[in-house]
Design a protein around this ligand. Structure first.
Ligand code: NAD
Length: 507
């Protein structure tokens, strides 16, 4: 029986604690197949006692894992990466069946997660400290980076494999032990992956997964044994996690929502721009924190061309079940979310934006109860509208018309979010001016989804990130370790020294 058969055969998705599957079904919640709207299984909501049991396991595993040589920890990562690649199809299918995204897109997110495991394989090199010989006469000094202890991650529904992998591979490679609380909306992929990690040789208790909701998160926030928390999700929850976690003495990084703008300059290659916007706005049904949800077109001529190009392409957009790789776009995650996104479209019409393409009436034959919504396109959106100000997180693109690059920049810089932003142009000077002055953490130049590769780090500015350090890449080593600086001296035998009352200096 394969990993996923075992999961499918159990009606309730449980937890993975201390290397074994654990059932705690005092409370359960349905998990849907978004393409059909049917309940495919139920997920257990961990009680505080179950969360505490996972922390116990992580705490017990920490001393031995912390002292395992980094090169040995890397050996586990190498085997883990290999197993992940062997099981890619199975995990992508699990993502599609619960999230709804098209299976090639699921493979793409999975691959981006595996790249972080790849980076973590180099942990021995990454953890090398800093050394100074003769910091003073006969004195050597060095800094080393020690793991924190038990750390936790809380993740959103939209990347059930990749976003958790932004966190635990680096945390564990650094010598910490981990408790993951994935999204309760698509819980299967993280559990499949946890079993593979054990199969790769990871000692029991080093990586634990608890499914659940606020009850589980509150326990992670409260328990004093959790040293650090990584969170990715919506901004109100990110802010709550940051405020409560730091008040409880934890190190916290909390990545929040987004409203990513693409600026289209009049000199850009508009055919390419339209293709890029189609993928970035409607890929994964717009449920990406790096999705482009606003296109700011500089000049009416540019806007007219972009809108007419998008309109033509939207009529060709293939919407249907994600398991059919011929589709471009799958359903939204739940009916509640689909209705919320639809409500934004209604609101945009009431606010006076021009609805150029209306996807609200879409019905997918054979999947009439699925959570589908067709791609929607608004023109002449202004910055006082709710559809401009708020994150919609669905297949809705707003076109805003601007008169100049400066005006476009001002719009972005005044927005509450600052995750990603990009510019399309052939003018190097305009591009450089944009990247220098835009208030966003990740910037694309003719690149619509500038998601940093695994050896850089991912994070936004303004209310898209609470905390100081980004996810994965070099920042992850800093986030998941504590610096210790050691100053050492070996006095020569027999020399007796007098007491020194002045403050020691290097000279
Ligand atoms: P969400 O904030 O509803 O949930 C995220 C996590 O928090 C889940 O594990 C959930 O169980 C938990 N949670 C929800 N409500 C809680 C509460 N009241 N108390 C404690 N925990 C709670 O987010 P979502 O709907 O799963 O994901 C979509 C959001 O995530 C979007 O806003 C998107 O922009 C954001 N996101 C951001 C990034 C980024 O890198 N900045 C990446 C992916 C997604």
């Amino acid at each position: 029986m394969s990993n996923s058969d075992q999961l499918n055969s159990s009606a309730i998705v449980g937890h993975f604690i201390n290397g074994v599957d654990v059932a705690d079904d005092h409370r359960t919640q349905p998990v849907f197949d978004p393409a059909t709207g049917a309940v495919s299984r139920r997920v257990a909501m961990a009680s505080t006692a179950t969360v505490s049991r996972a922390i116990d396991a992580a705490q017990a595993a920490f001393p031995a894992w912390r002292n395992t040589p980094p090169a040995k920890r890397a050996g586990v990562m190498f085997r883990f990466k290999q197993l992940l690649e062997e099981h890619q199809d199975e995990i992508a299918a699990a993502i599609t069946s619960e999230h709804g995204k098209v299976v090639d897109d699921a493979k793409g997110e999975f691959q981006r997660g595996v790249e972080v495991v790849d980076y973590a394989c180099g942990i021995a090199e990454l953890l090398k400290g800093e050394h100074s010989r003769n910091a003073g006469p006969g004195i050597d000094s060095w800094s080393e980076f020690q793991p924190l202890g038990v750390v936790a991650g809380i993740t959103p529904f939209n990347f059930p494999a990749m976003v958790p992998m932004w966190m635990y591979p680096m945390a564990i490679a650094c010598g910490n032990t981990f408790v993951l609380k994935p999204s309760e909306k698509d819980p299967t992929a993280p559990l499949l992956i946890a079993r593979l990690f054990k199969q790769a040789g990871l000692p029991d208790g080093v990586f634990n997964v608890v499914n659940g909701d606020k009850e589980a998160v509150d326990e992670l926030l409260r328990d004093k044994r959790i040293q650090a928390l990584s969170f990715v999700g919506s901004t109100p929850i990110a802010e709550h996690i940051y405020t409560t976690g730091t008040a409880n003495g934890k190190r916290v990084q909390a990545l929040g929502g987004a409203k990513n703008h693409a600026v289209v300059m009049p000199d850009a290659d508009l055919d390419n721009v339209v293709s890029a916007l189609m993928g970035a706005a409607y890929g994964s049904c717009g449920e990406r924190c790096m999705a482009i949800s606003v296109a700011v077109c500089v000049g009416d001529e540019t806007a007219d061309a972009v809108v007419s190009g998008l309109k033509a392409r939207l009529h060709l957009l293939k919407v249907g079940p994600g398991s059919d790789s011929g589709n471009d776009m799958g359903p939204l995650i739940t009916q509640v979310h689909r209705d919320k996104v639809k409500g934004y479209v209604d609101y945009g019409v009431e606010e006076g934006a021009e609805l150029v393409v209306d996807g609200r009436a879409l019905v997918v034959e054979g999947c009439e109860s699925g959570f589908f919504l067709g791609g929607c396109l608004f023109d002449r959106v202004t910055n006082n509208m709710k559809i401009y100000q708020e994150e919609i997180f669905g297949p809705v693109l707003c076109v805003v018309r601007a008169e100049s690059e400066d005006q476009a920049l001002q719009l972005i810089n005044e927005h509450e979010y600052g995750n990603g932003a990009c510019i399309f142009t052939r003018d190097g000077e305009a591009a450089r001016y944009f990247s220098d002055n835009v208030q966003a953490g990740m910037v694309g130049i003719n690149v619509p989804l500038p998601v940093p590769v695994a050896y850089h780090s991912f994070g936004g500015w303004k209310r898209s990130l609470f905390g100081d350090l980004y996810a994965y890449g070099p920042d992850a080593v800093r986030f998941y370790t504590r610096r210790k600086t050691i100053t050492q001296r070996w006095p020569s035998g027999g020399v007796r020294e007098s007491a020194q009352f002045s403050f020691p200096s290097g000279s």
